[in-house]
Design a binder for this molecule. Sequence first.
Ligand code: IMP
Ligand code: MG
Length: 187
Amino acid sequence: MNNRQNLMEDIDHILISKEEIEQAVKRIGEKINADYHGKEPVFICILKGASVFFTDLIRQVQLPIAIDFMAISSYGKSTKTSGVVRILKDLDHDIQGKDVIVVEDIVDSGLTLTYIKKTLTQRGASSIRIATLLDKPERRQTELSVDYKGFVIPNEFVVGYGLDYNELYRNLPEIGVLKPRIYNDIQ
Ligand code: IMP
Ligand code: MG
């Protein structure tokens, strides 16, 4: 691996700024506060990508919530979906009869969330909604309704604010488009 002086050197341009993210997270949090008034939803974080969005989002929520975590197999080193979905880490708690909000970083093909939704339905969740920071609708391969979304983005590979390429860039505070040469080097 080459030493990077600065992660920003690999970013072609910033797509969404810190301030824009903050406003979107606030807007989604307020909507959830209103929609779930009187309820005690369970927030499920899809690791690892959604972790940054998740921790910001739950702090905008003023309801008595529970949190849980799930890890799903993803693309590995490639930037394309394999269509194969596998649970790497399951929830700690039973969600039978619960109102569930699944928190994701980005909906791309929609295959991951379609699988998760089906699994949680089979486990008897009484309602399931999806909150995603980013949505790439151009790439959708399944019918999937997204209930809360931060931004609709074009079909470009983005990193930062939890999103990675090859496990790097998750700690960038904004969302940027990765220079294509970075993934062309590795593929
Ligand atoms: P889907 O099953 O194709 O919707 O896959 C969604 C998952 O793919 C996300 O949770 C991300 O981990 C990953 N992903 C999709 N597009 C991007 C991207 O542009 N940057 C980083 N990760 C992405
Ligand atoms: Mg992910």
